[in-house]
Design a protein around this ligand. Structure first.
Ligand code: NAP
Length: 356
């Protein structure tokens, strides 16, 4: 017999975390009854069982209680956290969706079940496509798209370019490095452990990489390693971490280098007055560098092009990804905190309910 009411666990914001990594002092799990009976579902809505949730660094920036110009508005207190996710339609009051459809949404509640307007669903996923569902949150999701915009659109990667990528073993970095290699670039990365250095060289084709946690002065590191890493200077820097790394890179860029600014994760846990400045921005003038911040949401008109290209790469085995899967909705606070350490490999995803 069809279940008409479920107990659904969901994460909501109990308090803002102006500084530091949000913990269960700020994020709270509660259980709420949710009616799935067709009578209770409004027209043009669907009831969804969440399967996978994407855990992304920008979520942290929505929990500080301060607007600082990054990404989306702050979550309200008591609001259920929302995130990119994959779910299965359980009941539908929209003829375009049927029970069993696998759907993507950029703003699913971080919950086990939900009822959402069908208008928020981005697309249905073809289960016969042969692509594992978590990949739609990784290579085919926000990180993969950010990597594509950064490397192919703004970075203008071409054969012979030297590309440097920070947070190179993360969701964005692992895809960015592979895309740059496919475009014929020499690709160097920085990441936070020796194991990750090995991973990006062995699995993602990086030409070389270093562990920034072993270095104190990044400018000296890059100078010392010029011969090894950047014999001809840096043409493209995909900026993911900010601060000292950006400062060091600016001393080693070539004239007309491109710096697509994807994010600055090293600064997300500080209020803006405590963040580290970059002292040599003047190099941007002398080297005529094009440094450009971007949000993937502004490139949605290119999402279809990206999807076709990336699905092709995945099917041909030209791009692969590493996905760290946390099990169960209760792992959300822990998995979010893990983004601010060097403990994870690749893209972080929560498996909320097991796909059948
Ligand atoms: P991710 O997979 O969650 O990886 C985060 C990684 O960042 C961590 O695994 C860690 O790896 C590194 N990290 C954490 N704290 C750091 C610190 N203090 N200094 C240096 N590295 C640190 O993240 P992602 O999805 O790849 O995102 C990477 C960047 O892209 C973030 O800044 C994110 O906000 C941004 N982003 C932007 C857009 C956009 O539309 N602009 C879209 C997606 C993501 P290691 O320390 O081991 O290297």
């Amino acid at each position: 017999m069809a279940v008409n009411v479920v107990e659904s666990k969901e994460w909501y914001l109990a308090g803002y975390a102006a500084e530091g990594v949000p913990t269960t002092d700020h994020l709270t799990l509660r259980s709420v009854p949710l009616s799935l009976s067709l009578d209770s579902i409004p027209d043009a809505h669907v009831a969804v069982q969440l399967l996978f949730i994407s855990v992304d660094p920008y979520l942290r920036t929505r929990m500080s209680g301060q607007e600082d110009g990054l990404y989306f508005p702050q979550f309200s207190l008591n609001q259920v956290i929302t995130a990119f996710g994959v779910g299965r339609v359980m009941r539908s009051k929209d003829e375009k969706y049927s029970e069993g459809d696998i759907v993507l949404n950029a703003f699913f509640p971080v919950a086990e079940y939900c009822v959402v307007p069908s208008s928020v669903l981005i697309r249905k996923i073809d289960p016969e496509a042969g692509i594992p569902l978590p990949e739609y949150l990784s290579c085919l999701g926000v990180p993969g798209f950010a990597a594509w915009v950064g490397i192919e659109v703004l970075g203008e990667a071409k054969p012979g370019s030297n590309a440097f990528i920070s947070a190179a073993a993360g969701g964005v970095g692992m895809v960015a490095g592979q895309l740059a290699k496919l475009k014929g670039c020499r690709v160097i990365g920085s990441t936070g452990s020796d194991a990750k250095v090995r991973l990006i060289k062995e699995e993602f084709g990086y030409d070389d990489a270093f562990n920034y946690n072993k270095e104190v002065d990044f400018d000296a590191t890059l100078s010392k390693m010029m011969c090894r890493y950047f014999p001809n200077g840096i043409d493209i820097y995909l900026e993911n971490v900010g601060s000292k790394m950006l400062e060091a890179v600016l001393n080693h860029v070539n004239p007309h280098a491109r710096i697509p600014v994807c994010g600055m994760i090293s600064q997300y846990n500080q209020i803006w007055t405590e963040r580290e400045g970059v002292r040599n921005l003047l190099n941007i003038v002398g080297k005529e560098v094009r440094m450009e911040g971007f949000l993937v949401g502004s490139y949605l008109d290119r999402f279809a092009d990206f999807t076709v290209e990336m699905e092709g790469y995945l099917k041909q085995g030209k791009i692969s990804s590493k996905i760290k899967i946390y099990e169960g909705i209760q792992s959300f606070a822990e998995s979010l905190g893990s983004l601010f350490s060097s403990s994870n490999f690749g893209k972080v995803v929560i498996e909320v309910n097991k796909p059948r």
